[in-house]
Design a protein around this ligand. Structure first.
Ligand SMILES: [Zn+2]
Length: 626
């Protein structure tokens, strides 16, 4: 008999010491690494925890703990390139601000080569040539062959056209890049009043992938897109150009609505595109303004790396500038590539586990991992191995531990269970492209079984967590657009445990006089009179936003504390920051987001959602009857 155990694995949340790779530490039989629990035998042998094989050693193995990292030289030199996809279908101001930010970044010492592709209002996509604009490669969606070969994902057709104008000269060194970008800022053009812009995002992303695929396999290629609106022409189309026609809504996914069909075929196109270039391991990243109208949900298959999407109201937003700077810093200092993970257990040795290939902010990497174990055994050893590279070295991170047969359930454990459930549900929705309300109902059943799973702990606590999950965009599409919902799911999948939990149930920080520091209030939000108090400044961290609710006391301390949260490099994407006075309109919005509504709110809002009381009663009675 074996039953799976769920783990939340956060390989980089703690720092451990690195030491040079030593082949003596690796078992020749099963590939497991030495751990401090391995019995040492005479004649310089250590015995493997997983296959019991005796392995020779020159000297006593020296590792500092059961989690350690081995370093080795990376094969070949590290090269990184960027393909920028700039959407020029927008107002001149918008493009000016975007270009200014990109130019600032290009001015830094970075020497990597960059390719620039623009999406033009005419339904064309331009690949800019370093020799001059006469040599630019221009593809128009109105051209029959372009349209036809894009649908077929026929790389050869496009390669031929790109080669005809000297393919090597599409890559700009950083000195010429700035000049090129400034040229582009003149090309902004908004769509006509009567019709939406003719924007071929799918075509641009396909061409960007082709250019990335022409680099050596060892090159890390980032395809970074800056988008302002929906794709309206050719493969990837999510919306008609007719202004009177609207984009798909959540309820469209419940039927064979033409909008949801368009949506599905666009998603299919991006899925095929991604498969086609999988070998190349390009990293797609998106900076988008005006979220609801982009069609981000359909681009889901491309969003393969961690925290690949950031959204702003406009590129003129200070938050965009900060976010882009953070992105570059993370890419230069923290990003890891070619990540692979393996799990070893005594039962079924060595399972390769899917994890993101490329991780921008490793400290946030938090993976729900399922391990099958033998119930008869009391001591279940598990080893997790992750290999990865950065620009300098290759690494193998090893962590060995014993899983308890019956995990204890405390508050920490509840939070872990909730985070795992959130991540699993989010990946079911995005992975299967199933946004229907029927699927949501099935997921709600999973939520109910969660409550049965957890025994012997404070039931109120876990019901409260489940209520917030029930109200979150994972299980409720009310008041969120499909793109917003997708972005939320993406954040859940790629956030650390704490940020993931705060996306569901915001953390409320309060200044503690005696400790002279900010502490999280551990109170039931369902019954708190806290928001009646106009005296105390509170800081509310909702994962993707930080709100300072200014009271009479500790205003300055509150601002400093929020600043600290916002400047944290690992907080990517940059949270939205709002300061609100108590009693103002934003304060009411805040309360509606945080405090579960009661029967009278339900009446005012005229909603079918359960109140916390209903939810609580339903779940306490259904679990007691079991
Ligand atoms: Zn072994």
């Amino acid at each position: 008999m074996s039953s799976p155990i769920d783990l939340l694995y956060e390989p980089f949340s703690h720092h451990d010491l690195a030491q040079p790779f030593d082949p003596n530490l690796k078992c020749a039989g099963c590939g497991a690494f030495y751990s401090m629990d391995c019995p040492l035998r005479e004649q310089n042998l250590w015995s493997c925890l997983f296959c019991s094989r005796s392995n020779p050693m020159d000297r006593t193995p020296l590792v500092s703990s059961d989690a350690y990292t081995l370093t080795s030289e990376r094969k070949g030199t590290f090269e990184r390139r960027t393909v920028m996809v700039i959407d020029a279908v927008c107002g001149p101001h918008e493009l000016d601000h975007l270009i200014a930010t990109l130019c600032n970044a290009a001015a830094s010492k970075d020497s990597e080569l960059t390719c620039v592709i623009t999406i033009q209002d005419s339904g064309s996509v331009t690949v800019h040539n370093t020799v001059g604009q006469k040599r630019n490669a221009v593809f128009s969606i109105d051209d029959f062959m372009t349209h036809y070969n894009l649908d077929k994902l026929n790389v050869k057709h496009f390669e031929k056209k790109l080669r005809a104008t000297h393919s090597t000269s599409y890559w700009f060194a950083h000195d010429s890049l700035k000049k090129q970008l400034q040229e582009i800022s003149k090309t902004a053009k908004e769509g006509s009043k009567s019709k939406r812009g003719k924007r071929c995002t799918g075509l641009a992303l396909f061409i960007a992938s082709i250019l990335a695929s022409q680099c050596a396999l060892s090159t890390c290629c980032h395809i970074v897109s800056f988008l302002n609106g929906p794709c309206t022409k050719g493969a990837g189309e999510v919306l008609s150009r007719e202004r009177r026609k609207h984009m798909r809504q959540n309820y469209h996914f419940d039927s064979e609505n033409p909008n949801s069909k368009l949506s599905r075929s666009s998603w299919k196109f991006y899925e095929e595109l991604f498969k086609k270039f999988k070998q190349q391991k390009s990293n797609y990243e998106f900076f988008i303004s005006s979220l609801d109208q982009i069609g981000l949900l359909e681009m889901g298959p491309l969003v393969n790396s961690s925290m690949a999407v950031s959204q702003f109201d406009s590129f003129n937003d200070e938050r965009f500038v900060r976010c882009f700077q953070k992105y570059l810093r993370l890419r230069n200092e923290n990003a890891i590539y070619n990540c692979k993970m393996k799990i070893l257990t005594a039962e079924n040795t060595s399972i390769v586990y899917e994890i993101p290939d490329y991780v921008l902010n490793p400290k946030n990497l938090s993976l729900p991992v399922e391990i099958s174990l033998d119930n008869r055994s009391t001591k279940n050893s598990v080893q997790l191995q992750i290999t990865f590279e950065n620009s300098e070295q290759a690494y193998t991170k090893i962590e060995t531990f014993v899983l308890p047969a019956q995990p204890k359930t405390d508050l920490f454990q509840i939070q872990k269970i909730i985070a795992i459930a959130m991540k699993k549900m989010a990946s079911q929705i995005t992975g299967d492209f199933d946004y229907s309300s029927k699927h949501t109902k099935e997921l709600n059943k999973q939520l109910a079984s969660l409550l049965r799973q957890v025994q012997g702990i404070d039931k109120d606590k876990i019901i409260e967590w489940c209520y917030y999950l029930y109200k979150s965009p994972i299980l409720s599409s009310r008041n969120t657009s499909p793109d917003e919902r997708y972005l939320f799911l993406h954040q859940v999948l790629n956030s650390s445990r704490n940020v993931c939990l705060s996306l569901c149930k915001p953390l409320i920080w309060n200044y503690n006089d005696s400790k002279h520091d900010w502490v999280v209030l551990d109170i039931s939000l369902a019954r708190t009179p806290m928001f009646q108090d106009g005296n105390t400044t509170l800081c509310i961290d909702g994962g993707s936003y930080v709100i300072l609710r200014i009271g009479e006391r500790f205003q300055r301390e509150g601002q400093e504390f929020c600043c600290k949260l916002l400047n944290d490099l690992q907080r990517f994407t940059q949270p939205l920051y709002v300061e609100t006075e108590i009693g103002g309109s934003q304060d009411r919005f805040l309360k509606s987001k945080i405090v579960p509504f009661d029967a009278s709110d339900k009446k005012i809002l005229d909603t079918e959602d359960m109140t916390f009381r209903d939810f609580f009663n339903l779940y306490t009675s259904s679990t007691e009857n079991k």
